[in-house]
Design a protein around this ligand. Structure first.
Ligand code: NAD
Ligand code: AHE
Ligand code: ZN
Length: 375
């Protein structure tokens, strides 16, 4: 069949809207009509050429929602007409990682996913007879996409696609980092670095679990009002404090009898390795945990004095907020439908597929929180 898609033919070039050929689903695969997709900073990261796993040409996009329109042989867990969210972190429930109960990083299809192909080693997408790569196993910048059955979460049918697509990455990553990875306790102090599509969801997760002091750090002053809207209690622009950021944050978090300072939990939502260091070093001596969410480019490394860890600070990372997609995503959709979490205000822009490149421009200009493409 044919599908309209925004294709990344080359790194650092605008996406091109073309009609691709798409093969139908094979054994264990499903064909999904994507109704809406968010644009995440990670799509931009890969398009920029900084992703060591980036492949071209490819159909990017990993934050979608849609309807199953066909299933391949052997598919049991979903059927035609089901509403689904594609999962870049699948959940096979059979691999050693899934069975360990220690991680959400299912390994069933990770190798082929990173190679931009389906689990049988081939791509379903082609253009003028030449293979086009899948991306993150999802490729939601195509109106139709083929996914392994283990990489879709079935969701309730009354949930609006143009909002719950955001649960396919940003919402789940931010809230999950708080609940699953950090396991933040009520009354905690927290610092969130980077108040974009991920950081604001960390903030709403912190409010949900009853964190006390929630400090947001961003170089864009317009993010102050955004953070406050979702529960941030204090805002810091590192360029305007007139001193080094870490001691400033340590001072801010000195409370009552505890004059050591430092936050119980810090979160990097920027992908900047210097910010990651500041996040670790502004965590509380003895127990502060710093969670890396941001994704850094090929060749970049994190640094700190080992003494920071010797004295009890903990560095952790999280992918997809530690969520097990087929199990957790339908629950997060319920939270949204029940009004427990907010999504609508964060979707600042909607665009048709033809204008998808404007979504990247808005992100670069710091003007959007999330742009959603509606097919
Ligand atoms: P975004 O562009 O919407 O937001 C980034 C924010 O960081 C912006 O508000 C920007 O002003 C701010 N910022 C930039 N440099 C800063 C600095 N030096 N100090 C303070 N703030 C700074 O991006 P996003 O969609 O929120 O994604 C954030 C990061 O998370 C990206 O690196 C993305 O690739 C990554 N990510 C990771 C996962 C995961 O599973 N680990 C999931 C989604 C996104
Ligand atoms: N491919 C990159 C890393 C990109 C990355 O870390 N991706 C996150 C999701 S970001 C979503 O917006 C992730 O899930 N990582 C775990 C995994 O298995 O990919 C690189 O550096 O090679
Ligand atoms: Zn993402």
């Amino acid at each position: 069949m044919k599908t309209r898609a925004a294709v990344a033919f080359e790194k650092a070039k605008p996406l091109e809207i073309v009609e691709l050929d798409l093969e139908g689903p094979k054994e264990g695969e499903v064909l999904v009509e994507i109704k809406a997709t968010g644009i995440c900073h990670t799509d931009d990261f890969t398009l920029s050429g900084r992703d060591p796993e980036g492949l071209f040409p490819a159909v990017l996009g990993h934050e979608g929602a849609g309807v199953v329109v066909d299933v391949g042989p052997g598919v049991k867990s979903v059927k035609k007409g089901d509403h689904v969210i594609p999962l870049y972190t699948p959940e096979c429930r059979e691999c050693p990682s899934c069975l360990s109960r220690k991680t959400n990083l299912c390994t069933a299809i990770r190798t082929t996913q990173g190679q931009g192909v389906m689990p049988d080693g081939t791509s379903r997408f082609s253009y003028k007879g030449k293979m086009v790569h899948h991306y993150m196993g999802t490729s939601t910048f195509s109106n139709y996409t083929v996914l392994p059955e283990i990489a879709v979460a079935k969701i309730r049918e009354d949930a609006p696609f143009d909002k719950v697509c955001y649960i396919g990455c940003g919402v789940t990553t931010g809230i999950g980092a708080v609940i699953n990875t950090a396991k933040v306790e009520p009354g905690s102090t927290a610092i969130v670095f980077g108040l974009g599509g991920i950081g604001l969801n960390v903030i709403q997760g912190l409010r949900l679990v009853g964190a006390d002091m929630i400090i947001g750090v961003d170089i864009n002053n317009e993010k102050k009002a955004w953070g406050e809207r979702f529960g941030m209690t204090h805002f810091v622009n590192p360029n305007e404090i007139g001193e080094d950021l870490v001691p400033y944050l340590i001072n801010m978090t000195k409370r009552g009898a505890d004059q050591i300072g430092g936050a119980d939990y810090t979160f990097d939502c920027t992908g900047n390795v210097d910010v990651m260091r500041a996040a670790l070093e502004s965590a509380h001596r003895g127990w502060g945990q710093s969670i890396i969410i941001g994704v850094a480019g090929a060749g970049e490394e994190i640094r700190t004095r080992p003494f920071q860890l010797v004295t009890g600070r903990v560095w952790k990372g999280t992918a997809f907020g530690g969520a097990r997609g087929r199990t957790d995503v339908p629950k997060i959709v319920d939270w949204y439908m029940e009004g427990k979490i907010q999504i609508d205000p964060m979707i600042t822009h909607t665009l048709p597929l033809e204008r998808i490149n404007e979504g990247f421009d808005l992100m670069h200009a710091g003007k959007s929180i999330r742009t959603v493409v509606i097919y």
